[in-house]
Design a protein around this ligand. Structure first.
Ligand SMILES: O=C(O)C1=C[C@@H](OP(=O)(O)O)[C@@H](O)[C@H](O)C1
Ligand SMILES: C=C(OP(=O)(O)O)C(=O)O
Length: 502
């Protein structure tokens, strides 16, 4: 066995949980130096801040994978450097992909695919708690020259994995579960002699390969197979068999990114995708958009504290679900503008809210301003398209003037933690009301005089930490347990948060 990617990760970044990109964010404290629990700062008045948000986790990890599936080196500009993306890079290195960071700018990375086009087997991939690593990298194992073992944080053992592994078995791989069937840890034994197909006998199927899986627990199962579909000898026809499908923008993101690399993925009808067999190659240089979901706590801060917060380089059009924020925040009472022009975006929160990447790369300064109360979202607000921003929306809803029901997000029970249970516990802990619904959450806000500052648990969930920091802006005495867990997708959340409040 070669070194695991976690070992490579630790060797290149320091301790497992201590990676902190000090250069980009101007030198705040490392995890070891951060107080635990961390006293969340209170906003002493209206904000007036501009916050540079690092690159998108979802785009960074897709570009890394798609670059690894090409033939020529690709340079990624503005790559997110965080636990999830460093784990992805380390996983790819373990599989024989070259990844070099620019010594003067570690968000500039050149990815060089293996010369043979095949990935190195007999390795262990450490996934941490990263959904994009544990769900996307197994599909690469299909093209490895030996078994690939996957493991992760203990908490990752609870995250659903079966549907994507079921899909890989339909493509000829064998999966050996080493813990609970359907969950990490496991080993993928790739098909031999390039017998990558949907033929039950393990031979090459003459014609397109058909795979059916139930992706109602995570869109990442679909994205994983779409990422490698172009590499299959006859392409892929993928069907989703479940009733609901979350995070459709993230699937559209996968389709758009594969298309940027010259691939072709069609969605002739909802729940069915057709991927053409063809070589894919990203352009020589690719710019990563800022992470719009990670912008949510900062933009939301302007709504909680009043004043305004701006985020530069906001894409005019994006497949990121965070592109729904202007519409949702407007509905909650904010005024949103892009380069000074009013913007409302799409506020339907539906499952098909976004058109696709704007290949022009046009972007501007997004500003969220607030002077009045935060409005609740009322009954049945569907967040299925953008489940990952639910904790930020929940923080706003806790401080709003009327109740909110967030629905279409039952699958959040399988995120970094059971986010529905975690949000209910933390919202009720401070004196507001919340209850779980079969597919979401009902939040009954309380006035500030009824809320009390408490030590908030984060459950190793970066978005529970940013949720608590948002609450802390208005609820004195809020303390956050393990705020360093934000490094999953943000290298220096506390430094950025404190700078915003200065
Ligand atoms: O493909 C992706 O990059 C992601 C898809 C979504 O997963 P789910 O569909 O499991 O919610 C999202 O919540 C996650 O943060 C990132
Ligand atoms: C669900 C999330 O992450 P993951 O990519 O680990 O699924 C998230 O970031 O909100």
């Amino acid at each position: 066995m070669t070194m695991t990617n976690e070992a490579i990760y630790q060797a290149t970044n320091g301790r497992k949980d201590s990676h902190c990109d000090l250069r980009r964010q101007g030198g705040s404290k490392t995890t070891a130096q951060l107080a635990d629990p961390w006293p969340a700062p209170v906003a002493s008045g209206p904000l007036n801040a501009t916050v540079d948000v690092p690159g998108s986790k979802s785009l960074s990890n897709r570009y890394l994978i798609i670059a690894a599936l090409g033939r020529e080196p690709v340079t990624l500009h503005g790559l997110l450097r965080s636990r999830d993306t460093d784990l992805m890079a380390a996983a790819l290195r373990g599989l024989g992909v070259g990844i070099e960071y620019d010594p003067n700018d570690d968000t500039l990375a050149t990815v060089t695919p293996p010369v043979s086009g095949r990935f190195r087997g007999d390795v262990t991939v450490y996934c941490g708690l990263a959904g994009t690593v544990m769900r996307f990298v197994p599909s690469l194992a299909l093209f490895a020259d030996g078994p690939v073992h996957f493991d992760g944080d203990e908490q990752a053992y609870a995250r659903p994995m079966h549907p994507v592994l079921d899909g890989l078995e339909q493509l000829g791989a064998r999966v050996r579960y080493e813990g609970k069937p359907g969950f990490l840890p496991f080993t993928i034994i790739p098909p031999s002699n390039d017998d990558v197909s949907g033929d039950s006998k393990g031979g090459l199927a003459a014609g397109i390969t058909r795979v059916s899986i139930d992706a109602s627990a995570s869109s990442q199962f679909i994205s994983s197979l779409l990422l490698i579909g172009s590499r299959l000898p006859y392409g892929l026809e993928l069907r989703h068999t479940g009733e609901s499908l979350p995070s459709l923008p993230h699937i559209r993101m996968t389709m758009a990114d594969v298309e940027t690399a010259g691939g072709s993925i069609r969605m002739p009808q909802p729940g069915r995708w057709v991927v053409a067999a063809k070589p894919i190659q990203l352009p020589q240089g690719v710019v990563v958009e800022p992470d719009l979901s990670n912008a949510a706590p900062f933009l939301g801060a302007a709504m909680i504290a009043g004043g305004s917060v701006s985020v530069p380089d906001w894409p005019v059009s994006s497949t990121q679900p965070g592109a729904l924020l202007p519409g949702i925040l407007t509905r909650m009472g904010a005024t949103v503008s892009l380069d000074g022009r009013p913007l409302t975006g799409n506020d339907d929160g539906g499952t098909d809210g976004l058109a696709g990447n704007d290949s022009s790369g046009a972007h501007g300064l997004l500003t969220v301003s607030m002077s009045g109360p935060i409005h609740g979202l009322g009954d049945g607000f569907d967040l299925a398209a953008a489940g990952e921003i639910a904790p930020s929306i929940a923080a706003l809803a806790t401080l709003a003037d009327e109740p909110s029901e967030l629905v279409g997000i039952g699958h959040l029970r399988g995120h970094e933690t059971n986010r529905l249970a975690a949000l209910v516990t933390e919202i009720t802990r401070i004196g507001a009301g919340a209850e779980e619904l079969p597919d979401g959450l009902r939040i009954i806000p309380a006035t500030l005089d009824r809320l009390h500052g408490e030590t908030m648990e984060t459950y190793a969930d970066h978005r529970m930490a940013t949720f608590a920091a948002m609450i802390g802006l208005k609820v004195p005495g809020t303390r956050i347990r393990n705020v360093g867990t934000t490094r999953k997708t943000l290298p220096d959340f506390t430094g950025m948060w404190s700078a915003m409040l200065r």
